[in-house]
Design a binder for this molecule. Sequence first.
Ligand code: FA5
Length: 344
Amino acid sequence: MSILEKLIQLESEAVSKAESASGLEALDQIRIQYLGKKGSLSEVLKGLGSASPEERPKIGAAANLAKAKVEAALEAKKVKLEGLALEQRLATEQIDTTVLARQAHLGALHPITQTTQKLIKVFSRLGFDVVTGPEVETEFLNFEAVNIPADHPARDMQDTFFLGPGVVLRTHTSAVQMRAMRSKSWPIRVLCPGAVFRCDDDATHSPMFHQIEGLWVDRQVRMSDLKGTLEFFAKELFGSSTQIRLRPSYFPFVEPGAEVDVSCPFCKKNPKGGCKVCKGSGWLEILGAGMVHPKLFQMAGYEATEISGFAFGLGIERIAMLMYGIPDLRLMFRGDMRFLKQFA
Ligand code: FA5
């Protein structure tokens, strides 16, 4: 039998086998048997060397045609078999549309994130823009530039994690207000949220916590502007009947400085002898604030003498604890789903 005859025979054999194949697996076997590298069609072509030069192109063309026909037959059968399989599945499978859907577990924002977003929303209504800075900070910007020199006792209040000579994990977001002033001329009204770090660990203190610092510098910014701003913030956060009070205090970067208390949102300043949260005092300390120390303006390169400004800084965990009634700050960092689910 000549090569051409052999090709025609193999082609019709393969096509008829493909047409009668019983399943996809059988179809695959036929593909390998005839079209595979060592398949019958390839094997026949090995005899091409003995054919005459005139015959060779004819044999090549016939081989390509045979392959194409076998491939087409295989594909047609495959489509047919897949269609049949689908029909069979549709006939046997049923979807019970009355079965209750599985409850999707949606994630939730962490209470610190929720509180931060709420604070940003309140202050952005007063025109504060959010700026951020690095958590790894130079000792200079964290301390010296905000008027806390090396021998200053305030450094002990903020037990510091040193990462290397002159490099610290920032102990407060006041470093960011200095960065903001150094990169932008006044007037400036910014809010600096972020994580800060101190060697501190108990039910109300964590080695990593979050602060928000606010800074407003312009001509004629007064202490009354600071008080009005903080009053607005306290009422927005804890309710319209909330009052604030400023007690003189000391922070090296402000003069004068104050601790700011809000009237207890739990007992509404009416502790009747025993509100646990405010310990019966009717007030809760929530932040530190004051008028920006002139030394900071010098450090920032603000030369104008007519400018003044106020700054305030608060612990976000403290606010979250008050807003949500969380008794222990450490709960927020344990990743316990039972705790976190309550904020969904
Ligand atoms: C400061 O850090 C000042 N930079 C704030 C400031 C800014 C004052 C601008 C004046 C002007 P203080 O060390 O008090 O201040 O920290 C601010 C708040 O951070 C505290 O009121 C407290 O709520 C929170 N805080 C301090 N240490 C911790 C801690 N270890 N864990 C959780 N919260 C803390």
